[in-house]
Structures are given as structure tokens and as C-alpha cells.
Write a protein that binds this ligand. Structure first.
Ligand code: ADP
Length: 499
């Protein structure tokens, strides 16, 4: 592992140099009980910043601020065009501060600075601008009703799409800024108000974004950001009786807790949860592209993607060639500090995550798996693990069935499309899938049979603000991005007028 190569921006060092507060209404405040919690740099294991730790009583205040902004504030009276302008401005501000956000993200999450610059920050800005355009296009419809029991009477019936209200948003640590943007964009475009709770491992970019939200001119209370732990702040938000909707991204296990917590007031729930996505390589594909694609499907963001292509199925005739190719790429990946410009893969986000990934690898080995590449942690400082390719696996092993959320792919051979389709679908998850083939009929036919919210053909991990993303089965409820996400932040009101 190399020493860091990029100089930290002065704005970054001053932001993390003092305890970071929470935004409630228009004020940056400490936690009511004064508590703070440490945030670690995963490349070194050292404390990076101290952040105000929100708990139930802080969530209470944030929800009050969001409620008041929703019911009474200038936000409630603002035109859709003005909401759109604010969102656009926020996207511009984010872009203006690209380097600063990329650095915060790399320091906090561990991802390479080069990746945060090229992906996380621009995608977040793009999403905000995409949603800015929707603010003026949230439309109802007119409905020609007949009403058989009032013959001769005419009615004008139409629907309104209204903002759902106060929304609690709970996000994970794998793409801290981008997940904040995915959540805030549709909520603000539709006119909702928000209490956002970033992950305790990576709260910094969302808190800095809250400063830009103020700078852009969003009225007070429209966005409140409270960092804190899941079991306290997160649980209080999910259960809060005055929250109209909770939107959650994280593990399927916690997703189920969110559903239970939401039952008290039957708030609306959307969930973007785990995955164990199949990536299927046929012998008629462009093998060089398939090999590179299969490697990046699992190793991008260190495998800490809910849609990571973690189950690689390869047609038997090309199994050795493809799996050797992926292993060769794995071995060549430069793992190190995210601030080193040569680093291609940074550390995992936390000690807990490192132990979890190593535990899964051990369970694979105990059940007979072999590591063609990697298979162990790397170094003794920070939370590094080697990019890993496991062979000699079968469908029932834990490493094939459970989400590892690390740079570990299992590779298995298959003979025919008929044989592989049910195997690919043999998972409780249904978030994404990949198909590599030059046969377009096979590609479309298999795409229609895969039970997954996104199917990539001859590509992987391609995201766009306009393309909905979300899961079948236990990968979630609802969709993020695209027009579908906006509908989930609105209520439909039917208005019926006797003429
Ligand atoms: P991971 O296991 O990968 O850390 P989690 O699903 O635990 O993912 O975390 C995702 C988000 O959910 C984080 O913001 C976390 O604080 C929050 N969270 C964790 N537990 C709960 C809970 N019981 N209620 C509400 N939010 C929670």
C-alpha cells in the first residue's frame, strides 16, 4: 500500500477539522444530549472526523421542522418551476465543488478518488438536474367517467398528483453522496420535505451537501440532515408517526425492520435492498469484453454495490478462459489508499465489513471452494481485502446464496440457456443481472425470463438518472431514478365535479 498522493483541499480539512453538526430547520446544531460519534478513515483505521450523534429526540425536532416547512413555509407555496430551479442550482453547486466532494467521499468511504471524481459526484449532480426537469411535469389526468347510477348527470373528473408529505430517508455507506442525491432528487422535485439520515460510517458528504442546499436557497426545514446510528436515529425516523413515507436503501435484513417500524402509522415505504446478481457469459460473446465486464461487475466499488455481479455463470466451453481472465484482472488490480492516484481499489468501508467478507471467504473454503485469485485480507493497517475469484463452488453454498458485499465473485460453469435460467433466478434477491452474448434473440429472450429489476446486456453497472433502478423479490419495493421514482413521492387525488 502506498502513501497518499493527493493534497487534501483546504475546504475538506476545515470541514472535518471541527465537530460536524446536524442541520435542523435553518440551524446547524449539536445533538440535544451533546453526543458525538467518530467517523473513521478506512484506509488507516484512524478517526477522520467527529459528528453530532442524532437520536430519537433530535429526529423529533427534525420531523417537526420538516412538517412545518411542508405545511406552512414558502416551500408549500413555491411554483414547480422555482423548485426545479433550486434543484438545478444544487446540481451546479455540487459540480462546482466536485473535487471537494470527491475527496470527502474517498476519505470517508475508502473509494479511489479517481472513481469518486468520475462517477459519484457527476452522477449525483446529473440526477439532481434530471429531477429538476421533472418538477414542472408532475401531472394528473382528466378521466371521462360515466357513473351508471346517476343517468343524465355530467361530471368533470380529474386527478392531482400531490407531494406525499414529510419523508424520512435512510441511506447506506457504499455511495454516500449519490444515494443522498437519488433520495433527495425525486422528493424535492415533487414538493416533499425531508429528514435524511446518512449511514453512521459515512455521514460527511451528506452533511456538506446540506450546506450547499442552504446555499442554493432551499427554504428552511425542507431538508434536514441528522447523522446517527441505525438502531437509534434510523429506527426513530422509520417509526415516527408524523412521517408520511420512509425511503430506505440498505440490507434486506434492516429493510424488514423498516417495514415493521413503518406499520405503526402505515407510512408508505420504498426499499432498495440487497442482491446476489447473476452475470451470465455465453461462448458466443465477445470474450475480451465479457471478461473485462465480469471483472468490473464485481470489483467496481470493491464489490460494495447492491447490484454487484457476484455470481458468475460461464458457458462450459469457455469457462477456463473466462475465469482465468477474470482472475488475471483481479490479481492486477492495484489495491491501496483511495488518495493514491494509482489506486484502483480502496479498502472496505469498515472493520466490521472486513470481518464479514473474510468470514464469507472462510465459509467458502470450508465448503470446498478454491481461490483462483485473492482469498484473504491485505496488509495489517486499514480494511483491505484482495479481489477474489472463487471456483469449485456449488449453488447451495453460502458464498453463492448470500450477499457478501465485497470483492468476491463465485464462478460456475453451465451447459445450456435452459439449464442456466432457473439457476440464475435461484436466489431470494432480484436486483440485477448481466448477459454476455452476440445472439440478440437469446439476449432478449433471457432478459425477459430473469427476475431482476435491471438486466444489462453486454455491459454492466450502467446507470442513468432516467433509467429506473430497484428490485424484484427481496431486493426491494419500488424504484429509484426515472419517472417511476417520482410517482412514489406523490399521492393521487381524484377530484369529481358535478357540472
Ligand atoms: P449495512 O449492514 O451494510 O451497514 P444497513 O442496512 O445496516 O447496511 O444500513 C443502512 C442504513 O440503515 C444506515 O443508514 C443505517 O444506519 C440504517 N439502519 C441500520 N439499522 C437500522 C434500523 N434498525 N432502523 C432504521 N435504520 C437502520
Amino acid at each position: 500500500m502506498s502513501s497518499t498522493g493527493v493534497k487534501m483541499e483546504q475546504t475538506v480539512s476545515s470541514f472535518i477539522g471541527k465537530p460536524v453538526k446536524m442541520l435542523i430547520g435553518k440551524n446547524w446544531v449539536d445533538a440535544i444530549n451533546g453526543a458525538t460519534f467518530p467517523v473513521y478513515n478506512p484506509a488507516t483505521g484512524e478517526v477522520l472526523a467527529n459528528v453530532a450523534e442524532g437520536r430519537k429526540e433530535d429526529i423529533e425536532l427534525a420531523v417537526k421542522a420538516a412538517r412545518s416547512a411542508f405545511e406552512e413555509g414558502p416551500w408549500a407555496r413555491m411554483t414547480p418551476a422555482d423548485r426545479g430551479k433550486l434543484l438545478w442550482k444544487l446540481g451546479d453547486l455540487l459540480e462546482k465543488h466536485l473535487e471537494e466532494f470527491a475527496q470527502l467521499e474517498s476519505l470517508d468511504n475508502g473509494k479511489p478518488l479517481t472513481v469518486a471524481r468520475a462517477a459519484d459526484v457527476p452522477l449525483a449532480a446529473d440526477l439532481l438536474r434530471y429531477m429538476a426537469g421533472w418538477a414542472t411535469k408532475i401531472e394528473g389526468s382528466t378521466i371521462p367517467i360515466s357513473v351508471p347510477y346517476t343517468p343524465g348527470t355530467k361530471y368533470l373528473a380529474y386527478t392531482l398528483r400531490e407531494p406525499i408529505g414529510v419523508v424520512g430517508q435512510i441511506i447506506p455507506w457504499n455511495f454516500p453522496l449519490l444515494m443522498a442525491a437519488w433520495k433527495l432528487g425525486p422528493a424535492l422535485a415533487t414538493g416533499c420535505t425531508v429528514v435524511l439520515k446518512p449511514a453512521e460510517q459515512t455521514p460527511l458528504s451528506a452533511l456538506r451537501l446540506a450546506e450547499l442546499i442552504q446555499e442554493a436557497g432551499f427554504p428552511e426545514g425542507v431538508v434536514n440532515v441528522v447523522a446517527g446510528y441505525g438502531e437509534t436515529a434510523g429506527a426513530a425516523l422509520a417509526a415516527h408517526p408524523d412521517v408520511d413515507k420512509v425511503a430506505f436503501t440498505g440490507s434486506t435484513e434492516v429493510g424488514k425492520l423498516i417495514v415493521q417500524a413503518a406499520a405503526g402509522n402505515l407510512k408508505k415505504v420504498t426499499l432498495e435492498l440487497g442482491g446476489k446478481s447473476p452475470n451470465i457469459v455465453f461462448k458466443d460473446s465477445n470474450l475480451d469484453e465479457a471478461i473485462a465486464g465480469a471483472a468490473s461487475a464485481i470489483f467496481f466499488n470493491h464489490g460494495q454495490c447492491c447490484c454487484a455481479g457476484s455470481r458468475l455463470y460461464i458457458e462450459e466451453a469457455v469457462f477456463d478462459k473466462v475465469v482465468d481472465g477474470v482472475a488475471k484482472i483481479a490479481e492486477g488490480i492495484k489495491v491501496g489508499d483511495g488518495f493514491d492516484p494509482n489506486t484502483q481499489m480502496g479498502p472496505l468501508v469498515s472493520d466490521e465489513q472486513l470481518n464479514r467478507v473474510c468470514g464469507y471467504m472462510k465459509s467458502g473454503f470450508d465448503q470446498g471452494a478454491k481461490a483462483l485469485a485473492g482469498g484473504e485480507k491485505l496488509g495489517d493497517k486499514g480494511y483491505f481485502v484482495k479481489p477474489t475469484v472463487l471456483t469449485n463452488v456449488d449453488q447451495n453454498m453460502k458464498v453463492v446464496q448470500e450477499e457478501i458485499f465485497g470483492p468476491v465473485v463465485t464462478a460456475m460453469p453451465f451447459k445450456t440457456t435452459e439449464e442456466i435460467t432457473p439457476v440464475a433466478n435461484d436466489t431470494v434477491y432480484g436486483l440485477a443481472a448481466g448477459i454476455w452474448t452476440s445472439d440478440i434473440s437469446k439476449a432478449h429472450s433471457l432478459a425477459s425470463k430473469l427476475r431482476a429489476g435491471t438486466v444489462w446486456v453486454n455491459c454492466y453497472n450502467i446507470f442513468d438518472a432516467a433509467m429506473p433502478f430497484g428490485g424484484y423479490k427481496q431486493s426491494g419495493w419500488g424504484r429509484e431514478m426515472g419517472k417511476e421514482s417520482l410517482e412514489l413521492y406523490t399521492e393521487v387525488k381524484s377530484v369529481c365535479v358535478k357540472m
